[in-house]
Structures are given as C-alpha cells and as structure tokens.
Write a protein that binds this ligand. Structure first.
Ligand SMILES: NC(=O)C1=CN([C@@H]2O[C@H](COP(=O)(O)OP(=O)(O)OC[C@H]3O[C@@H](n4cnc5c(N)ncnc54)[C@H](OP(=O)(O)O)[C@@H]3O)[C@@H](O)[C@H]2O)C=CC1
Ligand SMILES: O=CC(=O)O
Length: 291
C-alpha cells in the first residue's frame, strides 16, 4: 500500500507499505510499523492494493504513469485507488494506464464528515485521523467491494457513483460550493467587524440559524484570531475551484460566484498563503481594505 499524500494520516489495522517524495514525512508511519519502499513502482509491485494521494492532476499522473511510477508495478489481480482530488479527464487517463496492465482502478474522493463532537480547531485533518471521512468512489465495482473494509477503517460512509469521473466531478462540485461558502463567510466576518459588530457573535448567530454549516463553527473562532492551522491547504482549494471552472465551461454552465471566489483565493496565494488552511482566504480581504 502506498500513501502519496501525507496530510491526511490514517490508522490502518493492516500491513502498510509507504512511499512519499519527501521521505522524512514517512517516518512517523515507519515508526508505527509501516514498511518503506523506494518508489511508487516498488510499492505497487509489493502490494495487492495501492492507494495514492497526490497534490494535483500533474503529480497524480506523474506518480501513476511516469518513470518509476506505480503503473510499472501493477498487473492482474492488483488494484490502484487514487484518492487525489483531480478532474475527471485526469482520472480517466490514469485509469486507462492502470487498466492496460490488467489491474483494476477506483477513484476515491474524500470529504469530511461533520460531527457535532469535532473539536472546534479541526478541519478535515482531524476527521481523517478519527476515521470520520466520507468517500465518493467510482470505477471498478469489484475493487470497490475489495477495499470497502479499508475505507471503513478510514471513514464514516461511502458512496459508489458508477463510471470513472463521477467521483471526481461530484467532489469538484462539492468543493466549489465549499470554496464559495468560505469566501462569503470571510466577507461576513470582515464586514461585521468594520461596522462595529462582534464577529464572534456573528458566528454564534449563523450557527443557530438556517444558514448554519459545521464549517463556520469549526473555522470561525480561529479565523477571528487570524489563525489558520492547516487542515486543507489553501492552494488545493484554489486548485479545486480552478478545476470546477473548467468543468463548468465544458458544459457551458455559468458559475459566476465560484469564479469570483477563485479570484480571492488567487490573491491569497499571491500573499504567500498557499500552505495555510483555506480559511486564510480572509486575509485577501484584509489587504484590500487597508488604505
Ligand atoms: N487535506 C484535506 O483535508 C483534503 C485533501 N484532499 C485532496 O487530497 C490531495 C492531497 O491533499 P493534502 O494531503 O492535504 O496535500 P499536501 O499538499 O499536504 O500533500 C500533497 C502530497 O503530494 C505530494 N506531491 C506534490 N507534488 C508532487 C510531485 N510532483 N511528485 C510527487 N509527489 C508530489 C507531496 O509530496 P511532498 O511531501 O514531497 O511535498 C505530498 O505528499 C489533494 O488533491 C487535495 O485536494 C481531499 C480532501 C480533503
Ligand atoms: O477537500 C477538502 C475537504 O476538506 O474535504
């Protein structure tokens, strides 16, 4: 088994083999008993099921299909599960390459389960550690059934959505909504402060009303303190908005609110906030209001 993306840390109750570009990030897993292999190809050759979690479409393709990539170690009877958030075209490309080896392929997209018991500082990292994820999957149903016990260790619920691409597109739609919600919430916090209201009270009012969302209650208090402990990196939220814009364009669907939110995340990236939590998008509004 191979974990490319490391931010979401899972507690497996089975043999785990790991690889990551920056090897030092594997150390905590190795110290818990995981085996290390020197390349994605070696991991795939060694394991029955390989799980990859990479930053974006380019790295997902590179690690699956590139030199020393996982596809070189795949073959009949093996399974490749890609957990990176990518567009449907990328997922189909990786699927084709993996299936050409005789292996099966499943795309799995993660979303965090909103539990009232979550600590207020957490985002999607803590639910991952606690095994409280939601999985959106598509591709080979037999592989879905085979890895179901693994997904059940890591998550709360799972959906099988059918053909390859359906999981990726569902995730992009979900994250388009999430990115826009966070941008407008940021505007609300900034405006409330500017007009002399207490933003903490705003968070409480929103939390009790019809527009309540767990994300506001989870992230609001730290945003008010200008703290952005990274659960979901801002650069990935902007990537997902960019991919959602491409998806919308491919079917001529206007998504003007998401387009405006994307611009705000781009400003935040240009301020050096890429690796902060995506709630740091509020900083882009602070610089605009400073005169
Ligand atoms: N964090 C979250 O809550 C969620 C994340 N996702 C998605 O999961 C994916 C990973 O997210 P997350 O773990 O948070 O992101 P991180 O940025 O923390 O990790 C990205 C991973 O990709 C690796 N990587 C990046 N570029 C390359 C490359 N060119 N070659 C090889 N490896 C590369 C990094 O390696 P290195 O360590 O060497 O930099 C790292 O392991 C993203 O697609 C994200 O959108 C989906 C749902 C929730
Ligand atoms: O994709 C991000 C998440 O938190 O879910």
């Amino acid at each position: 088994m191979f974990i490319g993306g490391y931010r979401a840390v899972y507690k497996f109750k089975c043999d785990v083999t790991v690889w990551n570009r920056t090897k030092s990030k594997c150390d905590p897993l190795i110290s818990l008993g995981a085996t290390y292999k020197a390349s994605p190809e070696e991991v795939a050759a060694y394991c029955d099921v390989t799980i990859a979690m990479l930053a974006d479409p380019n790295s997902a393709v590179d690690i699956a299909c590139g030199k020393n990539g996982a596809a070189n170690g795949m073959g009949p009877g093996k399974g490749y599960v890609d957990v990176s958030t990518v567009d449907d075209g990328t997922s189909k490309l990786i699927c084709e390459r993996i299936k050409a080896t005789g292996a099966s392929f499943l795309e799995v997209l993660l979303f965090f389960f909103a539990s009232p018991s979550l600590a207020p500082v957490s985002g999607s990292k803590k639910p991952a550690e606690d095994g409280q994820l939601i999985f959106l999957t598509a591709g080979d149903q037999s592989l879905y059934e085979r890895v179901a016990p693994l997904l059940e260790i890591m998550g709360k619920s799972k959906f099988y959505l059918g053909d390859i691409g359906k999981g990726a597109t569902m995730k992009l739609v979900v994250n388009m909504v999430m990115g826009s919600m966070m941008a407008t919430f940021s505007e609300g916090l900034m405006l409330s402060e500017k007009v002399g209201l207490d933003p903490s009270v705003l968070v409480e009012v929103i939390s009790q009303g019809a527009i309540s969302a767990p994300m506001y209650r989870l992230k609001g208090p730290s945003m008010i303190q200008s703290q952005y402990p990274t659960a979901f990196p801002l650069k990935h939220q902007q990537k997902d908005l960019r991919l959602a814009l491409g998806l919308a364009e491919s079917v001529s669907q206007p998504i003007p609110i998401a387009a405006a939110a994307n611009e705000l995340y781009k400003v935040a990236k240009s301020q050096g906030l890429s690796d902060e939590d995506f709630s740091a998008v509020i900083e882009a509004l602070k610089s605009k209001t400073k005169e």
